[in-house]
Design a protein around this ligand. Structure first.
Ligand SMILES: Nc1nc2c(ncn2[C@@H]2O[C@H](COP(=O)(O)OP(=O)(O)OP(=O)(O)O)[C@@H](O)[C@H]2O)c(=O)[nH]1
Length: 416
């Protein structure tokens, strides 16, 4: 053997054969092993190495050989489908070269087994398909965006926001219209801190706007991903609209009286504490008004509890109509109600109370038991040097209310 084999780079992924008219002149062991043979000797004992090439590829191989030997074609790189001893198909990359072998031209072929690369590629495609099935089948919405321009979304995300399909969403220039304007600032801020690496994951809850303008509540998890070689933001969302509505209903139920839809005593007390402190800190006027329906027990007894309820509801509607945005009203209990009038002095509060008293007296409540009329008694108190805590403010209003009742009902009394 010449020094030729010593110059060869021996690598398990490369094999070398030298042939003339496909008659093997030299082979290394790697080449032999690619095709399932023990060693080079097995290859050299073949009559033709065409045996290693798929019959369908024989014409191509023979033509290529002729073209190369005659100089018609320059040596090059080609892929072949070969077959090993067990008839398994191998995909190989062949690098052809014309060399001088014992005084005559021969063809040297270096082959590289590509089966492994093909297998890796096939597995990659399979795992991509598997990933795709997972993402598409997910009930979580998944979106990837770069500065709010959508790059990818799954079906669940598109559906959550009312898009016909994923493409319809991806055709949008930006996803910002899906975010209510009051959440834009937060969305930009969160995105900036993710991209800057200040935060690795951000969890939030946000309102979304669907294509048809309806609202969806979502729980969001955002993080950065590399998408097509560039940094982007991935959002995973779960639709929490039902939970949010339930939460809102529960909150409403805790804060608002079911019958009259006025603030409950607890919710009223919280607001009263805030307003009272604010008024004290800013030396603002503040008045408290206690209202009690006159002879309500008789209304109930004569017309039934249901009609009594109607009276309470009508009272609530009329009272609310008489109030400013900044005033608030609560049901103190039974047929008793309480109002807070911020930035209102005693004189004005009295006028407001008298107007309400008159309006309610003219009201007719239509019930199953007939048309009912009723009156109220009102007590008014105000924040002052002497009245410097909530308890006193309320007890002063209560005293005034008692006075109004005592003086004959259907009237307003002011705490002295
Ligand atoms: N229909 C109805 N009645 C209620 C409700 N809550 C309390 N009441 C009734 O309201 C009545 C309140 O009556 P009282 O506080 O005794 O006083 P009144 O009859 O209004 O008499 P004066 O306050 O002196 O004018 C009671 O009979 C309660 O049972 C309610 O939600 N619906």
């Amino acid at each position: 053997m010449s020094g030729f084999s010593e110059q060869l780079l021996i690598d398990p992924h490369y094999g070398v054969v030298v042939h003339r008219d496909f008659e093997p002149l030299y082979s290394d062991d790697n080449y032999a092993r690619f095709y399932g043979y023990k060693n080079a000797q097995d290859i050299l004992s073949l009559t033709s190495i065409l045996e290693l090439i798929s019959p369908a590829e024989h014409p191509k191989a023979i033509e290529a050989y002729k073209d190369l030997i005659s100089g018609k074609q320059k040596p090059g790189v080609r892929t072949y489908k070969n077959i090993d001893k067990e008839n398994n198909e191998l995909t190989v990359l062949a690098i052809d070269n014309i060399i001088d072998w014992e005084g005559k031209p021969a063809m040297q072929v270096i082959i590289i087994d590509l089966s492994y690369q093909f297998e890796v590629q096939r597995n990659l495609t399979l795992s991509e398909e598997r990933y795709r099935v997972l993402v598409d089948g997910s009930i979580q919405g998944i979106l990837v965006h770069k500065n709010f321009k959508p790059l990818f979304c799954n079906n669940a995300y598109a559906q959550m926001f009312g898009f016909k399909n994923e493409q319809a969403l991806l055709d949008s220039e930006t996803i910002l219209p899906l975010i209510p304007s009051e959440f834009h600032e937060q969305a930009h801020r969160d995105n900036r801190s993710l991209l800057a690496g200040d935060e690795s994951v951000i969890k939030t809850e946000s309102k979304g706007i669907c294509v048809d303008g309806s609202t969806v509540w979502v729980s969001l998890l955002s993080r950065t991903v590399i998408w097509d070689g560039e940094q982007a933001t991935q959002i995973t969302v779960i639709d929490i609209t039902e939970q949010q509505l339930l939460r809102e209903r529960l909150e409403h139920r805790a804060n608002y009286d079911v019958l009259t839809n006025l603030l409950t005593r607890r919710a009223f007390n919280e607001l009263l504490a805030e307003e009272f402190n604010y008024a004290q800190q800013h030396s603002n006027a503040l008045c408290c008004v206690l209202i009690d329906i006159d002879n309500f027990k008789k209304i109930n007894d004569k017309n039934g509890h249901h009609s009594g309820d109607k009276v309470l509801q009508s009272f609530a509607i009329t009272a609310k109509k008489n109030l400013r945005e900044s005033d608030f009203i609560g049901r103190w209990g039974g047929d008793e109600f309480v109002l807070i009038l911020p930035k209102t002095d005693l004189e004005h509060a009295k006028l407001i109370a008298e107007r309400l008293c008159k309006d309610l007296a003219t009201l007719t409540v239509i019930t199953d038991a007939g048309h009912l009329k009723f009156s109220v008694s009102i007590g008014v108190s105000s924040l002052s040097k002497q009245v410097h805590n909530i308890e006193t403010l309320l007890s002063e209003a209560d005293k005034a209310l008692y006075q109004a009742k005592h003086q004959g009902k259907g009237r307003v009394a002011v705490a002295s």
